[in-house]
Design a binder for this molecule. Structure first.
Ligand code: PEP
Length: 239
C-alpha cells in the first residue's frame, strides 16, 4: 500500500492562500511524486474551488468532519453526502480537537464513520491518548479500546483509515519515540487486522522520513506542517 499523507488545514487560511497551497501541493505531486497518495482537508468553504485547483493532479480532497445523519436540521454541520458532492473522497472523524471542543465521544465518531462509508467516503478515524493516560501506562489499552469502538461493525479494512494521534503530540512539537509509535501501531494492527494506521502529531519535514520509514506506519496525518507548502512537500517526498 502507498503511504498516505493527509493535510489537515483546520480553520486556517484565506481563499487566496488556500488556493496557492493547494496548487503548490498539486504541482509537486503531479510533476515530482505522481505515485504518492496525498489528501488535502481544507476548510469546507474552500472545497469546491480546491477541487477544481487540484484536478488531474492525483491529489485527493477530504472534509474535516461530517454529521452522523444523512441530512436534517443541524445548523452549521456538513453531511457526508455534501462532502462527496464537493469532490471529497475522505473525511476526518473523531479529531481530538472536536472531541475536546464538542464532547464527541467514540459512539458519535463511529456513527460519523458509518455515515461516511455509506456515502462512499473513506473516514480517517482519529484516536489517541491524553498525556496522563500515557503517564499511567494505559496508552495502548485506551487507544485500542477507542479504535475498536470507533470502527463501525462489519466494515472492511479498505473502507477506513485509522490515525493514531496522541493528544499531547498535536501541535506541540513533541512526538512519541519511534519505539512507542511502532508498539502502538502494531497493537492497533493486531486488534484490527488489515487496517491501515497513519501516525499524526507534530510530523514535519525533519522527522517525516524516520516516522514514515517505519513499516508499521502507513502514512501521516499532518496539521501545522501542512500549511507550509515547502514543509508539506518535504513530507510527501519522505513518504
Ligand atoms: C492534527 O491536528 O491532526 C495534527 C497532527 O496536528 P500537528 O501536525 O500540527 O501536530
Amino acid at each position: 500500500m502507498r503511504k498516505a499523507i493527509i493535510g489537515n488545514w483546520k480553520m486556517h487560511g484565506t481563499r487566496p492562500g488556500a488556493l496557492a497551497l493547494a496548487e503548490a501541493a498539486a504541482t509537486h505531486v503531479r510533476k515530482v511524486r505522481p505515485e504518492c497518495e496525498v489528501v488535502l482537508c481544507p476548510p469546507a468553504v474552500f472545497l469546491y474551488e480546491i477541487d477544481a485547483a487540484i484536478a488531474s493532479s492525483g491529489v485527493k480532497l477530504g472534509g474535516q468532519d461530517c454529521h452522523a445523519a444523512a441530512e436534517g436540521p443541524f445548523t452549521g454541520d456538513i453531511s457526508a453526502a455534501q462532502l462527496k458532492e464537493a469532490g471529497c473522497s475522505h473525511v476526518i472523524v473523531g479529531h481530538s480537537e472536536r472531541r475536546a471542543a464538542y464532547g464527541e465521544h467514540n459512539d458519535a465518531v463511529r456513527d460519523k464513520a458509518a455515515q461516511a462509508i455509506t456515502q462512499g467516503l473513506i473516514p480517517i478515524i482519529c484516536v489517541g491518548e491524553p498525556a496522563e493516560i500515557r503517564q499511567q501506562g494505559q496508552a495502548e489499552a485506551f487507544v485500542g479500546a477507542a479504535a475498536r469502538a470507533c470502527v463501525p461493525e462489519g466494515v472492511m479494512p479498505v473502507q477506513f483509515l485509522l490515525a493514531y494521534e496522541p493528544v499531547w503530540s498535536i501541535g506541540t512539537g513533541n512526538t512519541p519515540t519511534l519505539d512507542d509509535i511502532i508498539r502502538m501501531h502494531a497493537h492497533l494492527k493486531t486488534l484490527l487486522p488489515g487496517a491501515a494506521v497513519l501516525y499524526g502529531g507534530s510530523v514535519k519535514g525533519s522527522n517525516a522520513a524516520a516516522i514514515l520509514g517505519l513499516p508499521e506506519v502507513d502514512g501521516a496525518l499532518v496539521g501545522g506542517a501542512s500549511l507550509k507548502a515547502e514543509e508539506f512537500c518535504a513530507i510527501v517526498d519522505a513518504a
